[in-house]
Design a protein around this ligand. Structure first.
Ligand SMILES: Cc1cc2nc3c(=O)[nH]c(=O)nc-3n(C[C@H](O)[C@H](O)[C@H](O)COP(=O)(O)OP(=O)(O)OC[C@H]3O[C@@H](n4cnc5c(N)ncnc54)[C@H](O)[C@@H]3O)c2cc1C
Ligand SMILES: *[C@@H]1O[C@H](CO)[C@@H](O)[C@H](O)[C@H]1NC(C)=O
Ligand SMILES: *[C@@H]1O[C@H](CO)[C@@H](O)[C@H](O)[C@H]1NC(C)=O
Length: 524
């Protein structure tokens, strides 16, 4: 008699203790906590449950990869759209108390959707309302809200001064919050480094819901959010950045070559020229699978931005890269802000005002990206093998972005962004498609992996480096957030900086409040 009763008691106790230890987080309790903290009027204007009429449109407004915008994709239990720092703090405090995971989204360009998808019950803090940009021309600096886009930043700088700019990404709808914390590179990288290199202060909400600036967070914490990514350390409210000087006139060009027209030689030579030439010249090489007269081939395109006039550019390239055959008529002189539009594929003459357009044109675009760093030129023979692999896997394009210049002068440990001297260029493998079928997904993801695998002997190794802002979950994910698990993607993204990031994470977020599939783990 006694025995079954004991079992019964144990079962009752177990189920009780289970539900006591891990109650399913409920939207109602989140609402109660938020109401207590910031008042019901504020709550009703910033908290969107799935039943809210605006929930769907807000969710999609900054979901830039249709792979994570399917009916089956897990959705947040609530979207919180803070209007002021205290709302972010309340969201962090209450989500933790109730047991929701937190995903923070600024521009929503995470290639794996980690800012708006989680397989745990979660709330999304969507930062788009915190997008103030305040420019101070006296000390050539700016405070940039995490929810501002790069386009808004570039436009605001331009409206104050045509000879100032900021080294950051090419796509105008990318958000400051994710971009700057993860590095941030663009066409000024060889002259000025990455965005992170120009951050002089920041405001963050930490795991305790405290609002800290650089002084409050301390130099270790401040170091970690410059390149270590946003998802691991808190919710960034704003960055203070230093602007950089740009000339009144810059020059752009674009040259296309087929393989029949010495494309392979051009691609080979580009690899050693691009990282060694004058830092005023940034070039990008596109390698794209194409069909020429119905037969698969590869097109080699070189695009460039020169911080100077067309004469200067032609003189430089005739010295460093005569094979390209660049003439003055192949160049277009313009203002720096117009070059921003040019790189973003706008027609020459488009008004800079389009940079203020934050509408999401990617909502139905399916994408996959991977990355690599190349440290010695790939030989001609191997390029020819690459062309073959690209023709067989006809969806994968390679965008090669030159390094060198300023990047060689900044130590790997200066910020958490570790990819510095020794890299000739970074490759972005890219695939875009429109067909929502699972089969196309599988096929394209497979193609990306095949080409990436083929490249193994030609790219950095031990660790095989990758750019965190080109998020790629193929390189490893955390399930228990152990040090060893994190090491797979952590050393790819951060090389020797991984250990310091783990130490800082352990100190500032010991309960691992801010986490995602590729966040920095804590270590006991
Ligand atoms: C079309 C396109 C073009 C791109 N072009 C470039 C380019 O030219 N150069 C380049 O370097 N990169 C480029 N990227 C990559 C881009 O820099 C990264 O995706 C970057 O992380 C995006 O920032 P986000 O705020 O838009 O993204 P989100 O998806 O909002 O965030 C990305 C990551 O940062 C975290 N995060 C976001 N906001 C905060 C915050 N306020 N506080 C804490 N954590 C936060 C998110 O949780 C997520 O983990 C491009 C991406 C796309 C889709
Ligand atoms: C969140 O909690 C911290 C204490 O950890 C407190 O200082 C802060 O004021 C709280 N935030 C809000 C909005 O109440
Ligand atoms: C440069 O322009 C000329 C004249 O428009 C054209 O014939 C030539 O092909 C261009 N050269 C390159 C390298 O694109």
């Amino acid at each position: 008699m006694a025995f079954p009763r004991l079992v019964l008691i144990c079962l009752v106790f177990l189920s009780f203790s289970f539900s006591w230890a891990a109650p399913a987080p409920s939207y109602q309790s989140l609402l109660q906590c938020l109401t207590k903290t910031i008042g019901s009027a504020k709550v009703s204007s910033i908290v969107l449950p799935p039943s809210n009429l605006n929930y769907k449109s807000v969710l999609i407004a900054r979901a830039h990869n249709a792979r994570f915008n399917r009916p089956t994709t897990p959705k947040p239990a609530a979207i919180i759209t803070p209007l002021e720092p205290a709302h972010v703090s309340a969201a962090v405090n209450c989500s933790q108390m109730v047991g929701f995971q937190i995903r923070t989204r600024s521009g929503g360009h995470d290639y794996e959707g980690l800012s708006y998808v989680s397989d745990m019950p979660f709330v999304m803090i969507d930062m788009f309302n915190l997008r103030d940009i305040t420019i101070n021309m006296a000390d050539e600096s700016a405070w940039v809200g995490a929810g501002a886009t790069l386009g808004q930043l570039y436009h605001n700088i331009f409206s104050k001064s045509p000879v100032h700019g900021f080294p950051a990404g090419v796509c105008p709808t990318v958000g400051a919050g994710g971009h700057i914390s993860g590095g941030g590179y663009g066409t000024l990288i060889r002259k000025f480094g990455v965005s992170t290199d120009h951050v002089v202060d920041a405001k963050i909400v930490d795991a305790n819901g405290k609002i800290l600036d650089r002084k409050g967070m301390g130099e270790d914490y401040f170091w970690a959010i410059r390149g270590g990514g946003g998802g691991s350390f808190g919710v960034i409210l704003a960055f203070k950045i230093k602007l950089v000087p740009v000339p009144k006139t810059v020059t752009v060009f674009r040259v296309e070559r087929s393989l029949a027209d010495k494309g392979t030689d051009i691609a080979f030579k580009w690899q050693s020229v691009a990282a060694a030439t004058d830092p005023n010249l940034f070039t990008r090489m596109l390698l794209q699978p194409v069909k020429i007269k119905n037969k698969p081939s590869v097109r080699v395109t070189i695009m460039g931005l020169f911080l100077g006039d067309a004469n200067g550019l032609v003189t430089l390239l005739n010295k460093d890269f005569p094979e390209l055959g660049l003439k003055k008529q192949n160049c277009t002189e313009m203002r720096w802000i117009d070059s921003v539009l040019w790189w973003a594929n706008y027609e020459i003459g488009t008004s800079p005002k389009v940079l203020l357009d934050t509408s999401n044109k990617d909502a139905t675009k399916f994408v996959k990206r991977k990355s690599d760093y190349v440290q010695k030129p790939i030989p001609i023979k191997s390029l020819e093998s690459l062309w073959k692999v690209m023709m067989e896997n006809g969806e994968v394009g390679l965008t090669c972005n030159s390094y060198g210049g300023k990047m060689n002068q900044i130590k790997e440990t200066e910020t958490a962004f570790a990819h510095r001297a020794g890299n000739l260029y970074k490759i972005q493998y890219s695939l875009n498609w429109n067909d929502p079928s699972k089969k196309t997904d599988d096929n394209n993801l497979k193609q990306a992996r095949v080409v990436h695998k083929f490249m193994t002997p030609y790219v950095s190794n031990n660790p095989r480096r990758a750019y965190m802002n080109y998020r790629d979950i193929d390189i490893g994910t955390a399930k228990t957030w152990s040090y060893a698990e994190g090491k797979s993607y952590g050393t790819s993204y951060f090389a020797g900086n991984y250990d310091r990031l783990v130490a800082i994470k352990t100190k500032v977020d010991p309960k691992n409040v801010f986490r995602n599939e590729q966040s920095i783990p804590t270590r006991k």
